[in-house]
Design a protein around this ligand. Sequence first.
Ligand code: HEM
Length: 521
Amino acid sequence: SGFLPQLRNGLIKLGVPTEILEFLSKWNNAGEEQLAIPLAKGAISAIRSQAFFIPLYELYLTYGGIFRLTFGPKSFLIVSDPSIAKRILRENSKAYSKGILAEILEFVMGKGLIPADGEIWRVRRRAIVPALHQKYVAAMISLFGQATDRLCEKLDAAASDGEDVEMESLFSRLTLDIIGKALFNYDFDSLTNDTGIVEAVYTVLREAEDRSVAPIPVWNIPIWKDISPRQRKVTVALKLINDTLNNLIAICKRMVEQEELQFHEEYMNDQDPSILHFLLASGDDVSSKQLRDDLMTMLIAGHETSAAVLTWTFYLLSKEPSVMSKLQNEVDSVIGDRFPTIDDMKKLKYTTRVINESLRLYPQPPVLIRRSLEDDVLGKYPIKKDEDIFISLWNLHRCPNHWVDAEKFNPERWPLDGPNPNETNQNFSYLPFGGGPRKCIGDMFALFETVVAVAMLVRRFNFQIALGAPPVEMTTGATIHTTEGLKMTVTRRTKPPIIPKLEMPALKVDGDSSITKQQSP
Ligand code: HEM
């Protein structure tokens, strides 16, 4: 690369006219552009028929870590290479926006933290991230426990009646109940009730998902909103959610005004530890549309993702009884019959690996969406501004060259005493929460939420795919859903005798520090 500028300088000194120099440099650039990104052909029909990330996996095996896919006039770059993913998400993240994603989600998230770009994103990220401080996440553990306990009661009743249960919708309700309390101290109570507001949330969610897979954006046609019954229903649902949010914001504002508590770094109101409370106390404007957009964004981000993780974790567990029994052993010995605490999160190591591994096989969402804001070089290929890019977490997480037995649900692939796998220590081959500046802000929240739920559920019940249940197949909106639900037979576990845990004093053996504590079996 040093050669060409040198040549140019040499030619200038020799008095070669600039026209000729420019011609030479264009010719040189044209030479670079001959490195064309592989083009996947004839794949369009395959894409429509099933969850779209499945054919992308086949194409990845044929065309490699970056290839172009065209649909008529539209074209996408599909990225499945860890170093290119790292370039886009971390090293040169400034050069990329959320692109199509922001366009699709605008009707519900507005300029909320997920779709927002540029200055709005920067300001809001800085305002919101501090709300999820350590003390907050620790306080959430008991909320996770209480909500899961309500689900346990429901399952207990089903077990008594010998009725099979559809777990996917129950998980969706569990995580909705949790995120409502966690975000704005509101009890949707969707595990027990089907109120209008719960239905409104689902109407909006389904619409967001349908839009993200719809080939033609009919909702952009101005009169469509007024004549389509479905769009009218969406408008009504959005209004109900917004009115509810306004009401919650007003209630919270009054609480903030009456409290004596000074705002500080780990500020938290014990009666109402919600993120909304933190934001209002920190000085967020009650009347702003931005606050509503951010709450709505987090409601959706923190609801469907965690529900999908639980759904696929239980599906995977039902296929691997040996993992299930190891998991149950750990949970029995660590939490027994009590509610999990923050200290247990460190001890539930195998449970954590089960979630890590479930997130590898079923990443939520399975692809990340970006658009280039300027020219860049991806791998060895120069790309232009305005390219729409899909980064396939599905492909990265199942790459047959990178993972041993990539398709196998094997929580043991990460040693229990090693670090929790993340995008940094796995060098972007594993990035269930994304990476770089746009990384998920709810990663610890979500990890603890799913660990608590799994631990409490497998402690009390055994789960099997119900006899005669429909086959468990995938479909996508924003996250991976089943096509026909996850129908399971839930049975109470016959409790093993509870062995009181002996906390032995640390054994001091000369020259051997590895024997420190005696664990009960
Ligand atoms: C972003 C996954 C739970 C809030 C992301 C991203 C991923 C992700 C992959 C990056 C998106 C991208 O780069 O395009 C997950 C998974 C979850 C989960 C798998 C559950 C298991 C949550 C929860 C919250 C949350 C509970 C809220 C408290 C957000 C927000 C962003 C985000 C606000 C956008 C951050 C930004 O752009 O600055 N999440 N998430 N997520 N997540 Fe999560």
